[in-house]
Every structure is written in C-alpha cells, then in structure tokens.
Design a protein around this ligand. Structure first.
Ligand code: NAP
Length: 443
C-alpha cells in the first residue's frame, strides 16, 4: 500500500498499473455478530464509536465492469449513521439479499461490512470490459450501483429493480484504503479541489440535484420559493446552492445562529432559526399542532413578502412533514428523500388535495444526474461544503458528530491521504473560488 501511496504522492500515476495490489487493506466495518449490541438503547444514545471498527480486510476479486480504487479521502453520509446504529434494519440484510443476485454479487455477503458511499482517489485496476478508465486516473465515485439487466432502469437508472447504494447496500465502500466500484460509478475528480474536498459532495450533491433540479424531482425554476430544511446540513447545503444558482429564492431553516450565518455566507437572505423561534409541531407523540404549522407558514410569508413555498425540500420526515404539506403553496411540490426523525408521517390530507399539491419521492440520482451534479462542482459553479476532516481511525467520532447533528455541511475522512490540502491540479480555478470552497471551515 505504501508503494501505491508513494507513487501517488510523487505524481507517478502512470506506474500505478504496474504496482501490485495488496491482498488486504484497512477499512471501516461493522460486524454481523454485533448487530444486537445496542438492543434497548435509545437511538440517540447508540454510539457509532462502539460499532465501527478499523479492520484489515481481504481485497475483493475484481469482476467484469468493475474498478479497484486507492481511496485518498472519503466523507461521512447519514447512511453510515444508520449502518452503525443498525437502524432501521441491519445492513447485513442488504448484503445477504444482494448476495443472491449473482455469483459476483455473492462476494458482498460477508460477516463484515466495509461502509462508506463517497470517495476521491486513484484507479488501481479495471476489470474486463472497462475501456474508459485506466490505472492512474484521478476519480470520484457516485454511489449508484445497478445491474441494469431488467428493462426497468433503462430510461432512468434509479428505476433498476436491482438498484443499490454502494457502501450501504453493497460491501467494499469508500471509508477504506481501497474500494470496489462498478466502473460506471467513476467520474473525473474536480482538478481544483483537494482529495477531501472532492470526496465530500458526491452523495448529497447528486441527491439534492435530482430532488430539487431534475425533472425527476421538483424541476425547480427561476423565482421559485424553496423551503429548505437543514439548509446548512449535508443535503441542504447543496440544495441552498442549487436554489441560488438557479435563480430561485431559498428559505433556509436551521437550528442555530452559526448555521444561519453559513447560509448567509452562501448568499441566502431568508433564514428561519427553528430553535430560536421554538416551533413545536407535535403536542405529544401522537398529536400535531396545526397552530404551529400556521405560525411557521406566517413566518415564511413574512420573509417572502406574502408568498408560500413552491417547493419544500423535505428530509427530516415525521417531525416536520405535516408542517411541510401545510405551508406549500397551492399547486406546489413537497419533495422528500428521507425521514430522519421517523418514517411514519402524518399530515392533513385536506391541505394536499384541496390545494392540488404534490408529494414526490426522490432517492439518490441516476447516472446522468450524478454526472451533471459532479460537472457543476468541477466547473466551480457549486462548491464543496466541507467543515472538518478526520483520520480514518476516527471515523466513529466523525459519524457520531453527524448522528448528534453537531457538524456543519459535510464531514470528511482522510483515507490514504497523509494530510489535508493535497491533490490540487488547477490552482487558478481554485484561487478564484477559494473563499467559497472554505466557507464551511472553522464554523
Ligand atoms: N434518499 C437519499 O438518496 C438520501 C441521500 C442523502 C441523505 N438522505 C437522508 O437525508 C437525511 C439528511 O441527510 P443529510 O446528509 O443532509 O444529514 P445532515 O448533514 O445531518 O443534515 C440534516 C439536517 O436536517 C436538520 N434536521 C435534522 N433533524 C431535524 C428535525 N427533526 N427537524 C428539522 N430539521 C432537522 C438539521 O439541521 P438544523 O438542525 O440546522 O435544522 C440537520 O443538519 C438523512 O436521513 C439521510 O439518511 C437520503
């Protein structure tokens, strides 16, 4: 592994294909024999530092259409929180199910799960049938893993009946020194970014792109008022940028003055601090409080000059969904990709049907949307929102930060990269955008 890293550091990328791929590598795992370790513990108190391990694991055999990548950096996504607390189900169930698809997929069904759905790194090897990528290429990877053997996904690859999220529903993820991906997950690494910056947008940037911009999502247009929950978080920090970039008007919901400040730094003007304003959409576990929906809606109108959101960018789920449906304008769209606070939603359907609103389910992004989202990063039109970077051995702590909502934007992880700040090729483009690239740092 050291020889591979030395070659990358010395910029001798054309030698990478000649260097042997190690039989084992270090990866962050959960263990199948520990899935009950948090039984009876409330979700909030389940500690990823206990369930995430840094193990030496066997390098998987490389199959047709695949690539092995030396991972320089990765990032924490909320799916690693879910994996590490074994909620809502253990991800070993996904691996077992995937293992039944084909002999090649069977490799993923192991008693350990190497997690992580983002990476920036260097291609080590490509499998048979891969022609567009070669050892030594600097890449990022999106996390859409599909088989595409059924016609379902031939128009929109997210519709494939065997659609999975790499590093969550498959093994050999990005929080490791080596990762196994399908070659069509690979995309060029943006030249003006460091390894850890390049690794951080992938999953959330692509997801927010489909959810908000794509015709498969809310199909946002100029002038739309877009209510964005968690506007300084992983998804929200990209949704806010897409809204501003596309001429829409974001109304950013956050929970602290620091987070409000970050939204201002991105260029947003209409901001709601949900904590300071004390919204309580639920009176108790079972009963919502429509008066609070009304108070929230009135606040949005106060900020927008009387307008209701054309689009609500939803992901907190149970806690906010009733309010989201209520505040959306007549004919508007609630687009949801998650349920962080609970997946059994409750809302008053009268507000939906009488006002002709639509709820759209959205999940990650298809190949094309992922590529388009990465292109925006590479062109310096959308910027990484990296706030902090941890070592690979500290992935448990990094995941705990996200679990506790103690982070801003994205939390990065150095895998093979020995320090931050490496991997930049286009210094000119970087210099033009440095302030924006760094706006989540040190908040
Ligand atoms: N379907 C997909 O493809 C997909 C892709 C990415 C993520 N997700 C899911 O989307 C969710 C968010 O992911 P993320 O990466 O954006 O996470 P994140 O970085 O933790 O950001 C989420 C933000 O939502 C806000 N939030 C959390 N709980 C809330 C609540 N009860 N009420 C109101 N706001 C709340 C918080 O912001 P404030 O505290 O500042 O309000 C938080 O910063 C997760 O459940 C994740 O699994 C799904």
């Amino acid at each position: 592994m050291q020889k591979i890293l030395d070659a990358i550091m010395a910029d001798e990328l054309d030698t990478i294909g000649e260097l042997p791929v190690p039989d084992t590598y270090r990866g962050v795992t959960v263990h199948a024999d520990e899935v009950e370790m948090f039984a009876g513990v409330p979700s909030r108190d389940k500690d990823p530092r206990k369930s995430l391990h840094l193990d030496e694991v066997a390098t998987p055999e490389l199959g047709p259409g695949e690539a092995l990548v030396a991972v320089m950096a990765s990032a924490i996504n909320y799916n690693t929180v879910w994996t590490s607390i074994f909620e809502p189900v253990s991800t070993f169930k996904f691996l077992q199910r995937y293992g039944k698809v084909s002999p090649l997929a069977k490799r993923h069904d192991l008693p350990y799960h190497v997690v992580g759905s983002d990476l920036a790194g260097v291609v080590l090897r490509t499998g048979p049938g891969v022609h567009n990528w070669k050892p030594g290429d600097e890449v990022v990877a999106h996390c859409l893993n599909v088989e595409l053997e059924s016609p379902d996904g031939h128009n929109d690859t997210m519709m494939d009946s065997e659609q999975r999220i790499w590093g969550f529903e498959t093994n050999f993820g990005g929080l490791a020194e080596i990762a196994l991906v399908k070659a069509n997950q690979l995309m060029p690494k943006p030249d003006h970014l460091t390894w850890e910056e390049a690794a951080s947008p992938g999953l959330v940037n692509s997801t927010a792109y489909r959810q908000l911009v794509s015709t498969n999502g809310a199909n946002m247009k100029q002038g739309d008022v877009v209510l964005i929950w968690g506007a300084s978080g992983g998804l929200g920090s990209y949704a806010t940028q897409f809204a501003l970039n596309g001429g829409a008007i974001p109304v950013c919901v956050v929970s602290s003055p620091e987070k409000a400040e970050i939204c201002r730094a991105m260029g947003a003007e209409l901001i709601i601090d949900r904590n300071a304003e004390g919204y309580r959409f639920w009176k108790d576990e079972e009963t919502q409080d429509p008066k609070e929906w009304q108070r929230f809606g009135a606040r949005i109108r106060e900020l927008t000059g009387g307008e209701d959101p054309d689009i609500v960018f939803e992901h907190p789920g149970r806690e906010t969904f009733g309010a989201s449906v209520y505040v959306t304008r007549r004919g508007g769209t609630i687009v949801t990709c998650a349920s962080t606070s609970g997946f059994m939603h409750q809302y008053d359907n009268r507000y939906l049907w009488m006002n002709l609103k639509r709820i759209i389910g959205s999940h990650f992004a298809n190949y094309r949307e992922s590529w388009e989202a990465n292109r925006l990063i590479a062109k310096g039109l959308i910027h990484p929102t990296l706030s902090k970077t941890y070592e690979l051995a500290e992935t448990g702590q990094a995941t705990l930060d996200v679990h506790r909502n103690a982070h801003q934007g994205k939390v990065g992880v150095l895998c093979l990269a020995p320090e931050e700040g490496l991997g930049v090729r286009d210094h000119q483009l970087r210099a033009r955008h440095l302030d924006k690239i760094n706006r989540f740092r040190g908040v």
